[in-house]
Design a binder for this molecule. Structure first.
Ligand SMILES: Nc1ncnc2c1ncn2[C@@H]1O[C@H](COP(=O)(O)OP(=O)(O)O)[C@@H](O)[C@H]1O
Ligand SMILES: [Mg+2]
Length: 465
């Protein structure tokens, strides 16, 4: 059993807590109990003294005989369960002097007589309670003065052993020790059982996490009880599910990418074989070469796009942040499309709200997004479709929208256009353009959305200004 294991630590902790509780009871509560029991004993003896002394005093004042006094003293002693001593107070050579006048010997637990308390009472003329040592152990004593014509003539001294208080306290202490011992054993056993179950659950989770780390997403994380460990198990399970999704997305991406790469390569291979045929006429040969060039171009674009996307997703593209005049940038980009517009028989308008639209961004990347959007507006629409690029600044953000009045995108397709490799028509695209554009927009802390109204498609790029 390792000393630093969770199990050992928890067991030791529960043991220590119980031990501290027992020691606190033993060394803090028991002394208090003892002193309050002693006080109680003295108070009870005082009350006894006050209650019974008048009977003796009456007899003394009425000059009762010694026998009568002895009898009442021993009867009071019987009833109070204390040794009762009647002392006479006289003037001696050294001040006040006490002499035993009558003594009950019924209580033979006390053979030794301490007179300090009685002395105090004789001097002060008041009831005095106190303790004194005797051969039989500590005594509780109460001395009650009896007055005769204003002077204290007698003292009734009540003595009872404190031993029973000590006995009670010792008994309680013993009981605490026994209960404490049992409690310690229980704490040890309980701590051991609980911590073993916790340690076992932690180990199961650890094994599951190891399994996930090694790429196996079938690990089971038992939630067990609905406690912190249960929540951790649920968290790990969620993590596993997300990792599995990411993993399958990654596999799908690779599979699609290789398929996309293979198609043009096969097609190029096929055409090259055909070109080797010497009996081809020049016209057909030219056509084949043009097709091969087209496929090579497509392949080159695909490779560039794949590289772009993977760099963006890996976060290894450094974006610049500089104040950019987006109006100027838009005009420059749209100018590049003049030949394409000509071929497509379309018009492209730039409409900017306000003189200057400025934003802090990477101009190269914004231009790339605009190219992707304008290219789409021309590629995926019938010829003659009008395209408008709008720029507006609103609520601390800049919005560039590329709007075309082509046939539009179906709502179902609109949800997927930003997925890599998604294409919804026969235009020979790779389906990576919008995925790259959105990734770029997000890297610039902006967004790219599509509004698929029928007969009008709007892609808007929003950037923080
Ligand atoms: N302006 C548009 N009008 C209609 N469909 C569009 C438009 N822009 C994009 N799309 C659809 O979104 C799909 C994904 O676009 P994109 O990611 O650029 O890939 P690609 O252009 O290579 O097909 C396109 O295949 C097309 O179906
Ligand atoms: Mg495209």
């Amino acid at each position: 059993m390792r000393l630093r294991s969770l199990r050992t630590q928890l067991t030791i902790l529960s043991f220590a807590v119980t031990l501290v509780a027992i020691l606190a009871v033993l060394f803090y509560v028991t002394p208090q109990l003892q002193s309050s029991l002693r006080d109680q004993k003295l108070r009870a003896l005082s009350e006894t003294g006050r209650a019974f002394t008048p009977q003796i005093a009456d007899l003394v004042r009425n000059n009762g005989s010694d026998r009568q006094i002895d009898r009442i003293v021993s009867s009071v002693s019987d009833r109070t369960n204390a040794r009762v001593t009647l002392l006479s107070v006289g003037d001696g050579d050294f001040g006040l002097q006490l002499a035993v006048f009558s003594d009950s010997y019924t209580d033979n637990r006390i053979t030794d007589l301490e007179l300090d308390v009685a002395d105090d009472a004789a001097r002060s003329g008041r009831v005095v309670a106190g303790t004194g040592a005797s051969r039989e152990g500590e005594l509780a004593q109460v001395a009650v003065p009896i007055r005769d014509m204003d002077t204290v003539s007698r003292i009734a001294l009540y003595s009872a052993p404190m031993a029973d208080v000590e006995g009670n306290v010792a008994l309680i202490r013993r009981q605490i020790l026994i209960a404490g011992g049992l409690g310690l054993l229980l704490a040890l056993a309980g701590g051991f059982v609980v911590s073993r179950s916790i340690a076992r659950r932690v180990r199961t989770l650890e094994r599951g996490a190891d399994q996930v780390a090694s790429g196996d997403f079938t690990a089971v994380f038992p939630t067990g009880k609905d406690d912190e460990l249960g929540q951790l198990a649920r968290g790990l399970d969620d993590m596993q599910r997300q990792l599995a999704q990411l993993e399958s997305a990654r596999r799908r991406f690779i599979a699609t990418a290789s398929h996309e790469l293979r198609t043009p390569i096969f097609s190029i291979g096929g055409f090259l074989e055909l070109l080797e045929d010497e009996e081809l006429d020049d016209e057909t040969r030219r056509q084949f070469v043009a097709t091969v060039r087209e496929q090579v171009e497509r392949l080159g674009k695909l490779a560039t796009d794949l590289l772009d996307l993977s760099r963006l997703e890996a976060g290894s593209v450094q974006l610049r942040r500089e104040p950019t005049d987006l109006g100027e940038l838009t005009r420059a980009v749209t100018a590049e499309f003049a030949p394409a517009l000509d071929k497509h028989d379309s018009t492209l308008d730039v409409r900017l709200a306000g003189q200057r639209i400025e934003a802090v961004c990477d101009p190269e990347r914004v231009a790339q997004v605009l190219r992707i959007l304008i290219d789409n507006a021309l590629t995926h629409t019938p010829s003659g479709t009008g395209v408008v690029v709008r720029g507006v600044r609103r609520n601390g953000a800049v919005r560039l929208a590329v709007v075309d009045d082509g046939p539009g995108i179906s709502a179902a397709a609109a949800e997927r256009v930003f997925e890599p490799f998604f294409t919804s028509d026969d235009a020979q695209g790779s389906g990576l353009g919008l995925a790259i554009a959105r990734e770029l927009a997000e890297r610039m802390e902006g967004s790219l959305e599509v509004d698929p109204a029928p007969g009008r498609t709007t892609f808007s790029l929003e950037l923080p200004a």
